[in-house]
Design a binder for this molecule. Structure first.
Ligand code: NDP
Length: 412
């Protein structure tokens, strides 16, 4: 996976930027892997820009005010502390990009798009080095009792050896996902808008629609930052290549692909299609927000929150933590969580489809995010349910009896 993911990033970049969206041409280009200029390389300039960006984000994370929030109980019975200021930091970052890049012209607003190859190659290299650091830090100086190693160092590098590695006040996993990966997504979308404007002096409706929906999704992510602390990424996955390298390198090319493709390959959208996709996209994004909130508020309010205007249908569950201590939890069996056990994933895919369909059907490439997301969430639903079954036992069986479908009611 580690080698394949690196190769895939290069192929996606080449297909998007060099081969006009043709994956077939990019795959054929693999034969020229060793020819100079055929593939992007890390550059000193990209290293400087990326490290400066990471340093600015770290500074903003520390100085921008935000509420302190506690993550869920870890297997070792700890609760990680976080500062919730992602929305403010995102707005500052976007405003700074607009002011310095577009209004004052201090740097070319399309610089990121124009240098995407060397940026990705550099991100990959820095990401690999960062994961070595995470591995060594976890082995030598773990930040909390939630750490451990398997007998396979390669697996530990891939999966991580710590649940919540921290440097000073910054929890590194949260920082990498929220302040680097998600932050880059917005910047790349803005850079694609700038590139298209530079090329044709106006913005095409397809890119505009895709960009609006992607930025709305990112805004939703930050508005829901507190709830994100309880997701699989934050609560259960460890800090290694799988999560951290992916946020730094995979996310910037795969998640942004519809915008990257549309920057130079615009599609004319009839106004009616524009409106239908906009409404569908906004509804799907609002739906995921609502589903995530239902689960989050249920637990925050100890089961008192109303769900779709009604008292929630609850399963009061018990489980044992890593120390064998009995703990209480709640499983919601109404609202979105009564439609299917992971209907939130269906809404997530629907939102991504809404901002990808404006790319039309000339090439498969823009759909790599939707295809990847569907495969990843399907696999994740199995992974999550296996974990929940082990954690909650008979309580999970009862939930499955009440809500028999995993993803699509009546189908699967
Ligand atoms: P979920 O939000 O589905 O959370 C799963 C966890 O919630 C379970 O492990 C369990 O944790 C708890 N849970 C499960 N069923 C119930 C229930 N009925 N009632 C209460 N709690 C329950 O999973 P994710 O963390 O994967 O996703 C979070 C969000 O992020 C989703 O909107 C998803 O679509 C999105 N996402 C986006 C991705 C992307 O790349 N775009 C990737 C992954 C997710 P516990 O042990 O606490 O009980």
């Amino acid at each position: 996976m580690m080698v394949g993911a690196n190769l895939a990033v290069l192929i996606f970049w080449r297909a998007a930027i060099v081969d006009h969206g043709s994956l077939k041409a990019a795959l054929a280009g693999i034969r020229q892997l060793t020819q100079p200029g055929a593939w992007p390389l890390p550059s000193a300039r990209a290293v400087g820009v990326i490290l400066a960006f990471a340093a600015i984000q770290a500074l903003l994370t520390i100085v921008v005010p935000g509420r302190t929030a506690l993550g869920p109980l870890t297997p070792c019975g700890q609760r990680q502390t976080y500062k919730i200021n992602g929305l403010a930091v995102w707005l500052i970052t976007i405003a700074a990009y607009w002011l310095f890049g577009i209004q004052l012209g201090l740097f070319p607003a399309a610089w990121v798009y124009d240098n995407l190859g060397s940026i990705l190659a550099t991100c990959s290299l820095l990401g690999l080095i960062f994961c070595i650091f995470l591995y060594l830090k976890g082995v030598l100086r773990p930040s909390s009792p939630d750490f451990g190693r398997s007998r396979n160092p390669l697996f530990d590098y891939f999966w991580g050896v710590e649940l919540h590695p921290s440097l000073g006040p910054i929890e590194l996993k949260h920082f990498v996902v929220s302040k680097l990966g998600m932050m880059c997504w917005g910047i790349i979308v803005l850079s694609c808008l700038a590139k298209q404007y530079q090329l044709q002096q106006h913005l095409n409706s397809s890119l505009l629609l895709s960009a609006i929906l992607q930025l709305a999704y990112i805004a939703k992510f930050y508005m829901w930052e507190r709830g994100y602390l309880g997701t699989l990424d934050m609560a259960h996955d460890w800090a290694g290549f799988y999560l951290c390298w992916a946020s730094i390198t995979w996310l910037p090319i795969v998640y942004t692909m519809p915008a990257i493709y549309l920057a130079e390959h615009p599609v004319e959208l009839p106004p009616a299609i524009f409106v239908v996709l906009l409404v569908l996209g906004v509804a799907a994004i609002a739906g995921t927000y609502n589903a995530d909130r239902q689960r989050f508020w249920l637990r925050e309010s100890s089961g008192m929150a109303r769900v779709w205007g009604k008292p929630p249908v609850l399963i009061a569950a018990k489980y044992h933590d890593a120390q064998g201590q009995e703990r209480n939890s709640q499983l919601l069996a109404s609202g979105w969580w009564g439609v299917a056990r992971h209907f939130n994933y269906v809404l997530e895919i629907a939102g991504a489809l809404a901002w990808t369909l404006p790319c039309g059907f000339r090439q498969l490439l823009p759909y790599i995010y939707v295809v990847y997301l569907a495969a990843m969430l399907l696999q994740r639903s199995f992974r999550d349910e296996a974990r929940c079954r082990e954690k909650y036992g008979l309580y999970w069986t009862e939930y499955c009896r009440r809500v028999p479908y995993r993803l699509l009611p009546g189908v699967f």
